[in-house]
Design a protein around this ligand. Structure first.
Ligand SMILES: [Zn+2]
Length: 231
């Protein structure tokens, strides 16, 4: 029989009952097991953990382990690549509005999500057991129910605002947009919009037509306010 103690810090405490937060927790174990396994028995998924950094090493008798959240660095050029589970459709749309590469399919099963995560995408999910899958390297459990709060939380947690580039990506299919001449899409522009707008974009994936204000209008003020608050 081995004995160890664990103490969880920061937002890892979101996974623990209130009386177990930020205090030393006793842990008894019989067989040889990894730190990852031991930490996940507390309900804390391994992609959330920054320290200890080597989770694959065996837990030793008598150890006292301080467990701290993982702080994900902003990738080069702010090129976040996300994959979201089927419960997070609104959040996926918000991330695309902000220009982030966001894989989302309403009916995607766990296997497909885990494969996308294994291929290097950052998994955002409401499903703790999915986040605990071995194949998942980078990811977070989305903490809130309400989509706008989800985005506020995520943007603050990952520092997304600095890397956001609105009006860059298709809300429907995630492909990049490219500028298109007004004459070329004249027939597709609502007559009232033709009067005031001269800049148009089309999706390189599905062909959807965009212009400043179209699908983004109601979001713009909110995004500006959030950015101002966080910069
Ligand atoms: Zn598209």
């Amino acid at each position: 029989m081995g004995r160890a103690r664990f103490r969880f810090h920061g937002d890892l405490n979101d996974f623990l009952h209130s009386q177990r937060r930020s205090v030393w927790l006793d842990y008894e174990f019989r067989d040889r097991l990894s730190l990852k396994h031991a930490i996940e028995t507390f309900g804390v998924p391994h992609p959330e953990v920054g320290e200890p950094s080597d989770l694959n090493r065996p837990l030793r008798d008598g150890e006292e382990i301080e467990v701290r959240p993982r702080l994900y660095p902003v990738p080069p050029n702010g090129q976040w690549r996300f994959v979201l589970d089927g419960h997070l459709g609104r959040l996926a749309k918000y991330l695309r509005i902000l220009g982030f590469d966001t894989l989302y399919e309403a009916g995607a099963d766990d296997r497909r999500l885990a494969d996308a995560a294994a291929a290097g995408r950052f998994l955002l999910t409401r499903d703790r057991s999915l986040l605990m899958r071995r194949a998942v390297v980078h990811g977070l459990l989305v903490r809130h129910d309400e989509p706008r709060r989800q985005l506020e939380w995520l943007a603050a947690r990952l520092g997304l605002w600095g890397a956001a580039e609105p009006l860059r990506r298709c809300l429907r299919c995630n492909a990049l947009l490219e500028p298109v001449a007004k004459e070329k899409v004249w027939e597709r522009i609502p007559p009232k919009t033709r009067l005031w707008c001269n800049e148009y974009m089309t999706c390189t994936g599905c062909g959807q037509l965009y212009w400043p204000g179209s699908h983004y209008e109601r979001m713009q003020a909110w995004i500006r306010a959030l950015r101002a608050k966080n910069e």
